[in-house]
Design a protein around this ligand. Structure first.
Ligand code: P1T
Length: 379
């Protein structure tokens, strides 16, 4: 089955009890048993819920995995992956990533004996040099948030496999429509489904997808034992969002290409970060591992004072100034004070995340209107 067909049909069957075509919201915490242990496969809703099961089957199909494990947020999904490790183990993570991912590794798991190091992965050979005997997990995010750098998933996962190290790819910025890391050798794919997968900025949700049944069992154990599960209403909203995932992402990518080109030609813009440009350092890798170049764009103005960046971010009318991304509506954000404030400034500057960097999440509106809005805001 091809992607668009899977988005609509994988894991979705009419409800056997009623014939309901759309997966019902099973708003129940528990299930009747006719005798102890005699039931329909569902005992207690932290462990299993039919709405969540349908979503997990669908997500597994979208990422070409064998199973998916759903969580109450993207960061809860990350938390479950790190619980595969033990004190003294090390995570080698890409040095440009969502601020909340960094914060959890350093400020929460650091207290429990996890070591995390953030390294340049844009040249895969550098990863081989950075691996230590304690490295047990390699954490890739690509394209990265917010600099839109590209990591060669296949090359890094091949190095990890040689050393027996688990790889997890945060595929949030690409979405499963653009990129499928399991096919490129990754062990685990993570999504903040809050973003493109949900697609409507109305639900917080996370998921992991794996291709190994035993790893799936370990993660389902953590899901049930630790309990950061999503409710059935949230799973329903994610299932509903997925039905148009391919259409939304395709349109958003086309819009992003037009906006990125417009910004690159603007006399007041210094630098535009978007992997679709032939001049982008990761362009050839992106062409190989992604279907399109994504709908996230970040840029610096020539007058890169905070006053000027603030002026632009406050003046947009269609682009809403807000955290998050991947919804149908376009958003504008300021990583240094919003999504990446928890990363120390010196670390941010090392990867080019300036105090005045502006990040855009391009939605599915008309590209001409988005460009006109930026035109009046940049002035
Ligand atoms: O917000 P949550 O569903 O917990 O997902 C966290 C997360 C994980 N990975 C990536 C790449 C992310 O971008 C995020 C969340 N990011 C934002 C809220 C943001 O505006 O960048």
């Amino acid at each position: 089955m091809k992607f668009a067909t899977k988005a609509i049909h994988a894991g979705i069957e009419p409800d056997p009890g009623t014939g309901a075509v759309m997966t019902p919201i099973f708003q129940t915490s528990t299930y009747a048993q006719s005798a102890p242990g005699v039931h329909h496969g569902y005992e207690y809703a932290r462990t299993q819920n039919p709405t969540r099961s349908a979503l997990e089957k669908n997500l597994a199909a979208l990422e070409n995995g064998v199973d998916a494990i759903c969580f109450s947020s993207g960061l809860a999904a990350q938390d479950a992956v790190i619980k595969l490790l033990k004190a003294g183990d090390e995570v080698l993570a890409v040095n440009d990533l969502y601020g909340g991912s960094y914060r959890q590794m350093v400020r929460v798991w650091g207290n429990w004996g996890l070591k995390s190091r953030f390294v340049d992965m844009y040249n895969a050979d550098n990863v081989a040099k950075e691996i230590s005997p304690d490295t047990k997990l390699i954490w890739i995010e690509t394209p990265t948030n917010p600099m839109l750098n590209i990591v060669d998933i296949q090359a890094v996962c091949a190095i990890a496999r040689k050393h027996g190290i688990i790889t997890c790819v945060d595929n949030t910025f690409a979405s499963p429509y653009l990129q499928n890391p399991l096919d490129l050798g990754a062990d685990i794919v993570l999504h903040s489904a809050t973003k493109y997968i949900g697609g409507h900025s109305d639900v917080v949700h996370g998921c992991l997808i794996v291709k190994d049944a035993e790893l799936a069992q370990r993660l389902h154990f953590i899901q049930n034992a630790c309990g950061a599960v999503p409710g059935p209403q949230d799973c329903f909203l994610i299932l509903r969002g997925i039905k148009t995932l391919h259409l939304r992402v395709q349109r958003a990518c086309e819009n992003a290409a037009a906006v990125a080109q417009y910004l690159a030609n603007h006399p007041k813009v210094a630098k535009v970060h978007w992997p679709g440009f032939a001049s982008h350092a990761g362009h050839e890798i992106a062409k190989r591992q992604m279907r399109m170049f994504g709908a996230m764009v970040s840029f610096d103005l020539k007058d890169n004072s905070m006053e000027n960046a603030t002026r632009v971010m406050s003046r947009t009318e269609l682009f809403t100034l807000a955290e998050s991304l991947g919804g149908v509506e376009s958003l504008i954000g300021h990583p240094a004070s919003m999504t990446h404030a928890s990363i120390p400034r010196e670390e941010r500057l090392k990867v080019g995340l300036t105090d005045s960097l502006i990040r855009l999440s391009i939605g599915v509106e008309d590209a001409d209107d988005l460009i006109a809005d930026l035109e009046q805001a940049i002035g």
